[in-house]
Design a protein around this ligand. Structure first.
Ligand code: PLP
Length: 511
């Protein structure tokens, strides 16, 4: 056999001197003992600054600096020579200092927050082990663990069996759902592409997450083929309106294929009536996906699971344990009721360098071809360790406490004249306006709403610059900007709820 067939070349020239003499190949070129020392010191720093200080109420939630200032402050340019251990530790300290402390008890800005120690430990272990969960060969523990966690989720949803995968984001889970539904009705599309597809239309409520529309754009369905079903005054999809829109689409010659029901909408925390929507899906043979990214956690609460009534009739469900369950980012489960390898049939590309069929073990444990990714993190571990630590009972308590806390806050808002509730919450989203004293005697009308609309953005700016609190605000439909509090973390107490209202009042009373 000719040994010299493939010599590396550049522009047809052989590359000279691939092993220059100054490179020592007979010993490692990194010093592991200094690497270990750096990690030890950095771990102590993380514990001190990103855990203890970041969760301390007397510390700031954020350290506001403008983007221009921040870029100068941090000296971000990457140079030719490396820096010392001391300099690097200082860099890490600065990164923590200027980052928002989403684990702080006064961070309420997003649907994730708070410190979850078990999940954090799982994240550390994952990063240290650096596995990629596509084959059993390279991630044996995490492969069998993901199966167990998915199975548990399938069980609590109420399905006999099913399949699933953890994804890098709930948005991605929703995208999987749309693509799977499409593949279910038009399997030819995998090979033939869009030309094999009629005009497909999907239905989702006006209050659904924007990832549905994004996915329709990404998947070539088209944003105009996402029919936005109106909601009632509580933000829930109106089933009658859904049915009308399905009939309208059919009349247009389009093919309806899927309905997305939202369980816990992002702003209002509204739950679409799944049972009634499932009836309609059955009647018209449509795929029912439930986006329970935010609200899925109520399934663990006997007291509140009625909000998800009918979820067992869904074809697929997206749930983000990194939200209400407080698993570390990201932890997003996507499950399907199908038991006929739909995920695999839809996504597999059978890469022969990973998924060899002649391996010495049971290759059905190589789950990577169910994913549109290649490498994937073992996110299920972040939920698994937490679940092991607390058990279903304490997870249930956690959810119920968060809802009770939302109820407490709602009462406080009702009791204070400078606050006005947007609507009675169903979940832990508590939406409200702050009405400054100057507006108290303005009659409710266009002028009042125009002025009120400008209040929340100013208070938000002030709270961030002060670093005392972070709460989101938004307009909704034709409604003026209002605050949206979300309660998740078991760290927070009723005193923190009082603090939020006191602080907003303190920051906005002169407006
Ligand atoms: C947060 C959220 C999503 C998106 O999840 P990501 O993990 O942020 O992509 C989808 N749907 C709803 C209802 C959400 O609240």
């Amino acid at each position: 056999m000719d040994k010299m067939t493939l010599i590396p070349t550049v522009n047809g020239q052989e590359i000279p001197n691939l092993v220059p003499s100054e490179l020592r190949l007979d010993q490692p070129s990194v010093d592991m003992s200094s690497a270990e020392r750096f990690l030890e010191r950095c771990t102590a720093l993380i514990l001190e600054e990103a855990v203890k200080r970041a969760t301390n109420r007397s510390e700031k939630v954020c350290e506001w600096v403008s983007p221009q200032q921040l870029q100068q402050l941090l000296d971000l340019d990457l140079g030719d020579t490396g820096e010392s251990e001391e300099e690097l530790l200082q860099r890490c300290r600065d990164v923590i200092k200027y980052s928002v402390k989403t684990v702080h008890p006064h961070f309420f800005n997003q649907l994730f927050c708070g410190l979850e120690p078990y999940s954090l430990a799982a994240s550390f272990i994952i990063e240290a082990l650096k596995p990629s969960i596509y084959t059993y060969e390279v991630a044996p523990v995490f492969t069998v663990m993901e199966k167990v966690v998915l199975k548990k989720i399938i069980e609590v949803i109420g399905w006999e069996d099913g399949d699933g995968i953890f994804n890098a984001g709930g948005s991605l889970s929703n995208m999987y759902a749309i693509n799977l539904a499409r593949f279910h009705y038009c399997p030819e599309i995998k090979e033939l592409g869009m030309s094999a597809s009629p005009r497909l239309v999907l239905f989702t409520s006006q209050n659904s997450h924007y990832s549905i529309v994004k996915s329709a754009a990404f998947l070539g369905i088209g944003t105009k083929n996402v029919y936005m079903v109106p909601c009632d005054e509580r933000g829930k999809m109106i089933p009658g309106a859904l049915e009308e829109m399905i009939l309208k689409a059919k009349k247009e010659g389009a093919q309806p294929f899927m309905v997305n029901a939202t369980a816990g909408s992002t702003v209002l925390g509204a739950f679409d009536p799944i049972e009634q929507i499932a009836d309609i899906c059955e009647k018209y043979d449509l795929w029912l996906h439930v986006d329970a990214c935010w609200g899925g956690a109520v399934i663990l609460s006997k007291k509140h699971k009625h909000l998800l009534q009918g979820i067992h009739r869904a074809n697929s469900v997206a749930w983000n344990p990194h939200k209400m369950m407080m698993a570390c980012l990201q932890c997003c489960a996507f499950v399907v009721r199908d038991q006929k390898h739909l995920l695999e049939r839809c996504y597999s590309a059978k890469a022969r360098y990973l998924f060899q069929q002649d391996k010495f073990y049971d290759v059905t444990f190589d789950t990577g071809d169910k994913s549109i990714q290649c490498g994937r993190k073992p996110d299920a571990f972040k939920l698994w360790l937490l679940w092991k630590a607390l058990g279903s009972n304490r997870l249930e308590q956690r959810v119920e406490r968060a809802l009770a806390m939302a109820h407490y806050l709602t009462q406080q808002i009702k009791d204070r004249q400078e606050f006005q509730l947007f609507m009675e919450p169903e979940y832990t989203n508590v939406c409200f306006w702050y009405v400054p004293p100057s507006l108290r005697n303005v009659p409710v009308g266009p002028e009042f709403w125009n002025k009120l609309h400008k209040v929340a953005p100013v208070i938000k700016e002030r709270m961030i610059k002060k670093g005392s609190l972070m709460v989101g605000y938004q307009p909704h439909g034709d409604k003026a900007n209002f605050f949206r509090m979300v309660i998740i973390s078991p760290q927070v107490t009723s005193e923190d709820m009082d603090f939020v209202l006191d602080e907003i009042h303190c920051l906005g009373q002169d407006l």
